[in-house]
Design a protein around this ligand. Structure first.
Ligand code: HEM
Ligand SMILES: *[C@@H]1O[C@H](CO)[C@@H](O)[C@H](O)[C@H]1NC(C)=O
Ligand SMILES: *[C@@H]1O[C@H](CO)[C@@H](O)[C@H](O)[C@H]1NC(C)=O
Ligand SMILES: *[C@@H]1O[C@H](CO)[C@@H](O)[C@H](O)[C@H]1NC(C)=O
Ligand SMILES: *[C@@H]1O[C@H](CO)[C@@H](O)[C@H](O)[C@H]1NC(C)=O
Ligand SMILES: *[C@@H]1O[C@H](CO)[C@@H](O)[C@H](O)[C@H]1NC(C)=O
Ligand SMILES: *[C@@H]1O[C@H](CO)[C@@H](O)[C@H](O)[C@H]1NC(C)=O
Ligand SMILES: *[C@@H]1O[C@H](CO)[C@@H](O)[C@H](O)[C@H]1NC(C)=O
Length: 324
């Protein structure tokens, strides 16, 4: 009886608390794995810092559909003619995929068939945010890759820029993330960019009568209309979500929210719910270090959503294709 109890405690402490992932999972099978990712990121991200944003968003999109299982990377799946997740709009992240493919080639050369694509995304996202001067967080590894990727699921499960607070909270709750995680993870928009199409209804036709979103600062809206998104149909211009400090991982995203300059309805909505507003105020009153450590905790939670471990899934040979 005592034995069973000890075993139970052991499993709780070392097994399920991290969703069966563990720190340094590749320590014996591929000891250089994490270092290879980190070195490659350190070598290339300084020349292409905007890729850091693409990679953390890729990790988020991966985790929100079928768990963090690399499904976001697939070009096609074995049998059906399903369109994969990466084809679902909006898909600005498109430029990060070849970066992951190159990392995968390095890892396959070092230890073939060992390191999953899902772990590569999780590690690369963390390491590249660190390069930009942002927070670091723990990335326990051992994720395995999924074999299914369906565009319609990405559309249904990834929150939309026009979502209201009720939908956002529900959407995150569906992934075992709470409102604190919602507020903190939205903070990644401090380094975000967006196409006009993700918010131009707020500028041109908010309720279908050619009006503007009254919750958006009118001076800012006028500026966006004259300098950036000149028509409602502009689908090529890119706008910074945190103008002036787009490359810096800082608290200014939250200050802008309070000035009614959040770009998406989903950003702006965080200021009109008393619970999320209180969290924003707490973050702004705290230090940057405090934001970093809180953000880190939410990223660790996000990185463990519905992960596949043990014998489920596979270790893909090519991140864009399921093994045949
Ligand atoms: C809370 C709900 C969220 C919504 C509604 C949302 C929505 C969006 C949208 C619409 C874009 C622009 C895409 C485009 O125009 O093609 C974007 C960009 C971005 N999002 Fe979010 N997002 C959310 C949460 C997150 C989270 C949790 C993260 C990461 C932890 C994140 C990180 C980013 C980044 C870094 C970008 C810029 C991507 C780039 O530069 O390529 N977002 N988001
Ligand atoms: C997958 O698609 C990307 C473009 O998103 C392309 O660059 C890459 O070569 C494709 N890989 C395979 C194996 O089809
Ligand atoms: C991104 O979404 C657009 C709009 O739906 C689509 O036309 C395009 O093919 C997608 N890009 C990729 C790489 O699938
Ligand atoms: C194709 O999509 C359907 C749902 O639309 C899903 O049930 C099925 O598993 C997908 N097949 C593959 C091979 O991804
Ligand atoms: C939020 O959006 C959902 C889905 O569009 C809608 O059903 C709901 O009524 C909205 N809630 C509020 C409070 O506006
Ligand atoms: C949450 O999950 C439920 C059950 O899967 C689903 O019906 C609902 O649409 C999801 N809500 C959001 C906002 O994603
Ligand atoms: C605004 O949207 C409505 C409904 O979608 C449409 O009928 C109308 O023509 C649009 N107005 C403008 C000025 O684009
Ligand atoms: C952008 O809009 C133009 C004109 O409306 C359209 O022809 C084009 O396909 C659109 N491009 C994308 C990427 O949606």
């Amino acid at each position: 009886m005592k034995g069973f109890f000890s075993l139970f405690v052991f499993l709780v402490i070392f097994g399920s608390v991290r969703g069966d992932l563990k720190l340094g999972f590749y320590k014996s099978a591929c000891p250089k794995a994490e270092k290879i990712v980190q070195d490659y990121v350190n070598q290339h991200i300084p020349n292409a810092p905007s890729l850091a944003a693409a990679l953390i968003r890729m990790h988020f999109h991966d985790c929100f559909v079928r768990g963090c299982d690399g499904s976001v990377l697939l070009n096609f799946t074995s049998s059906s003619g399903n369109q994969t997740e990466k084809t679902a709009p909006p898909n600005l992240t498109v430029r990060g995929f070849d970066f992951i493919d190159r990392l995968k080639s390095l890892l396959e050369a070092e230890c073939p068939g060992i390191v999953s694509c899902a772990d590569i995304v999780a590690l690369a996202a963390r390491d590249s945010i660190v390069v930009t001067g942002g927070p670091s967080w723990k990335v326990p590894t051992g994720r395995r890759d999924g074999v299914i990727s369906v565009a319609s699921e990405a559309l249904a499960e990834i929150p939309a820029p026009f979502d209201n607070i009720t939908t956002l909270i529900q959407n995150f709750a569906n992934k075992s993330l709470d409102i604190k995680d919602l507020v903190l993870l939205s903070g990644a928009h401090t380094i975000g960019i967006s196409l006009c199409t993700s918010f131009s209804n707020r500028l041109y036709n908010f309720t279908g009568v050619g009006d503007q979103d009254p919750t958006l600062d009118s001076e800012y809206a006028a500026n966006l209309k004259s300098r950036k998104c000149r028509t409602q149909n502009d689908n090529t211009t890119i706008v910074e979500m945190d103008p002036g400090s787009r490359t810096t991982f800082d608290l200014s995203y939250y200050s802008l929210l309070l000035k009614r300059r959040g770009l998406f309805e989903s950003d702006s909505a965080l200021t009109r719910d008393s619970n999320t507003l209180a969290l924003i105020n707490q973050l702004l009153q705290g230090s940057l270090q405090n934001f970093f450590s809180e953000f880190a905790m939410s990223m660790e939670k996000m990185g463990q959503i519905e992960v596949k471990t043990g014998t489920s899934g596979e270790i893909r040979k090519n991140c864009a294709v399921v093994n045949s």
